[in-house]
Design a binder for this molecule. Structure first.
Ligand SMILES: [Zn+2]
Length: 265
């Protein structure tokens, strides 16, 4: 079997194994070192799980091609930015560039009116646990997937680097949304390079200033570079969610699916 066939055959297997292992690890961390008390976890996981299924099916039906398949299709592109570089520089630049794409798209969701309404589905969660990691409107699943595919095509990124980037992203997305605090020494070391739950939880604060900080997906370097980094002690308590969603059933399927189309209060 050549490398191309191996990649195509194993990409989704690798993705789902990484997803399940990271979800399980985050759930264990939540029960061992919970940051906050959360009730109604079964309902949260069921509703957010339903949204995840809808978003995943929408991506499969509309976008059709996986990131690795797009990388393979564009690997010989005469207009690619990375396919003329030696393997390792292209590999490292792919990991950095795709994480930067996540940072930029996330920043854009917070600064473009209607995109914010789409992204507000993620932020209207008044609690915060590993299931928040999949709480996105199907439109955001499509826009996020589409922008990643476009970037991969433009870069002509090495397919194996794209696979590694996808695995890092699925793991960190689940990890940073965990309702858990790492031991202080580990937190101090990790947050010099990576986004941690304590750092990303600040982005989910009800406070508007906090929401406009810590956009990073996996690496914290972009927030530090563009001066959007905000830190607090992991133990500090603050309200999460959106002020306008107080008193609403933010777990109802109706709320989750219609939020981008509702008039602002
Ligand atoms: Zn956000």
């Amino acid at each position: 079997m050549n490398a191309v066939n191996w990649l195509l055959l194993n990409q989704s297997k690798g993705y789902w194994i990484a997803f399940l292992v990271a979800f399980f690890a985050a759930a264990v961390a939540e029960s061992l070192r919970p940051a906050r008390v959360i009730t109604g976890v079964e309902k949260r996981w069921a509703r957010h799980g339903a949204l995840f299924v809808v978003g995943t099916v929408a991506v499969g039906v509309v976008l059709r091609f996986s990131p690795v398949a797009v990388a393979l299709a564009f690997s010989d592109s005469p207009h690619g930015l990375l396919n003329r570089l030696p393997f390792w520089p292209a590999f490292v630049l792919t990991i950095l560039a795709l994480d930067l794409v996540h940072y930029v798209t996330h920043w854009t969701y917070h600064h473009v009116g209607w995109l914010w309404k789409v992204h507000s589905v993620h932020h209207s969660d008044v609690d915060y646990d590993v299931s928040t990691a999949v709480r996105f409107h199907p439109i955001e699943y499509l826009l996020g997937g589409g922008s990643t595919l476009a970037a991969i095509a433009l870069l002509a990124a090495p397919p194996i680097a794209v696979l590694v980037s996808e695995l890092i992203t699925v793991v960190t997305n689940l990890a940073v949304h965990a309702n858990a605090n790492y031991p202080p020494a580990l937190e101090r070391v990790l947050r010099t390079v990576f986004v941690t739950p304590a750092i990303h939880r600040i982005h989910h604060a009800e406070d508007f200033g906090d929401q406009n900080a810590n956009y990073g997906q996996s690496l914290v370097i972009w927030d530090r570079l563009f001066a959007t980094f905000r830190a607090r002690a992991a133990s500090q308590n603050f309200a999460t969610g959106l002020e306008e969603s107080r008193g609403c059933d933010t777990l109802s399927i109706h709320h989750l699916l219609t939020a981008p189309f509702r008039r602002s209060k």
